[in-house]
Design a protein around this ligand. Structure first.
Ligand SMILES: Cc1ncc(COP(=O)(O)O)c(C=O)c1O
Length: 407
């Protein structure tokens, strides 16, 4: 397949999502292919933060908990995430980090069953595995960490709970959520889904596929800013059965009654623990406003077009990088990854030329395809720069081998 710069420009000109790019601050001279790790700054965020800081905090002070709806922010913003993941507004809440939410849901759900095994995938994102091992220790469960191809068959009579990441952080492989939910239901068990690389990127139908429990990040495709609070989903029918192991006052039925005894709030609000981080929550809300008037299906269809071009141009111009992401849209997410023994150095050389992707140890470069702000010309130019770096072996400069704390 040939795809010229002129064709890339024509594709951008014909792209109905092109105006959405103006919703973001995209630095001059940068092609940003890392929105699957940290979304860029939405234009709505800074003025809204200024308003919250200067007016709501600065002037209205503590009265803003009521006056400006701070107290409702976790539920209100959860309700804005709900349509992106096929959930009802009262089934999603924004709180804590993904890791902490995983802990809360795993413990709460595991306690509903006396089965002995907690199942997850080897090579799953490591925080998931670490949290799962902590939960297994805490509850006396056996941890069953199986390779991806064995997961479906391992869901069985012993399985208390499975923790699965819908789109794999490294390869972008995507599980068939509907099929696995059926498998879990048939086996009488439950799945906690990690949607960190799915929410805001690929169509997710939690309700329609019978998903019961899920978590996900706010700072990736949802553009909530560095360390944005995460979200947590519990299907309505399960909410009254689950109890959070972190019984903070914000998850109490009457936090301002100041009683000694714990009584869980009705519904999803029981998964709150401490005081919500208002500035971060409002930044996430601003990030979500970038999705106004856009459906995930529309984003997904552009993501597929970007993927096909990326894949074809890489095969043609950078054949030394081996694609480890499956080609078929139904089995992958919205990033594309390549293996190379010098992935780290190549990634650094790219960043030095303004093309920002990321490296995942030991040998993977990932590129996020984020249709809200990424264009076809961006993809063409990024690969043009990469081809030159590889062709001239510029990545061999020793300065590109220096590793910072964050790689
Ligand atoms: C699948 C997955 N889960 C969880 C996380 C991060 O969790 P936390 O926000 O608690 O650091 C990531 C981060 O990249 C991830 O890819």
């Amino acid at each position: 397949m040939s795809f010229t710069l002129a064709e890339a420009r024509a594709a951008d000109a014909a792209d109905p999502l092109r105006p959405m790019r103006d919703r973001f601050h995209l630095p001059e001279g940068v092609i940003y292919l890392d929105g699957n790790s940290l979304g860029p700054l939405p234009r709505a965020t800074a003025p809204r933060q200024r308003e919250v800081v200067e007016h709501e905090w600065g002037e209205a002070l503590i009265r803003s908990w009521n006056w400006h709806g701070w107290i409702d922010a976790p539920l209100r913003i959860g309700a804005k995430i709900a349509p992106l993941i096929g959930a009802k507004p009262n089934e999603v809440i924004v709180t804590d980090s993904t890791s902490v939410n995983l802990f809360k849901l795993l413990v709460a759900a595991a306690r509903l069953s006396d089965r002995p095994t907690l199942l997850s995938e080897s090579g799953n994102f490591h925080t998931d595995l670490h949290i799962a091992s902590g939960v297994a220790d805490l509850l006396g469960l056996r941890l069953d960490i199986a390779p991806r191809e064995k997961i479906e068959s391992r869901i069985g009579a012993e399985t208390n709970l499975a923790l699965l990441t819908h789109v794999h952080y490294k390869t972008a492989e995507r599980y068939d959520m509907a099929a696995l939910n059926i498998r879990a239901r048939t086996a009488g068990t439950r799945i906690v889904w990690d949607l960190s690389h799915s929410a805001g990127a690929v169509p997710v139908q939690l309700n329609a596929t019978g998903a019961e429990l899920a978590v996900g990040c706010g700072y990736k495709y949802l553009n909530g800013g560095p360390g944005a609070p995460a979200f947590l989903y519990v299907a309505e029918r399960l909410q009254e059965e689950l109890l959070s192991p972190l019984r903070g006052w914000m998850g109490h039925a009457a936090p301002f009654a100041f009683t000694d005894d714990y009584a869980p709030a009705p519904g999803i609000a029981r998964f709150l623990a401490g005081t919500p981080p208002i500035l971060s929550l409002i930044a996430l809300e601003s990030g979500l406003s970038a999705f106004n008037d856009v459906t995930v299906e529309r984003l997904w269809s552009k993501s597929n077009a970007l993927f096909d071009i990326f894949h074809a141009l890489m095969e043609q111009r950078c054949p030394d990088l081996v694609c480890i992401t499956p080609r078929a849209p139904e089995v992958r997410g919205s990033h594309i990854s390549f293996a190379h023994p010098n992935a780290f150095e190549i990634c650094q050389a790219l960043i030095a030329e303004g093309v920002i992707g990321d490296f995942r140890a030991p040998d993977v470069i990932r590129f996020g395809l984020t249709p809200l702000y990424l264009g076809f010309e961006d993809v063409w130019r990024a690969i043009d720069i990469l081809a030159a770096i590889l062709g001239e072996e510029r990545w061999r400069d020793p300065k590109f081998a220096v590793r910072g704390k964050v790689t």
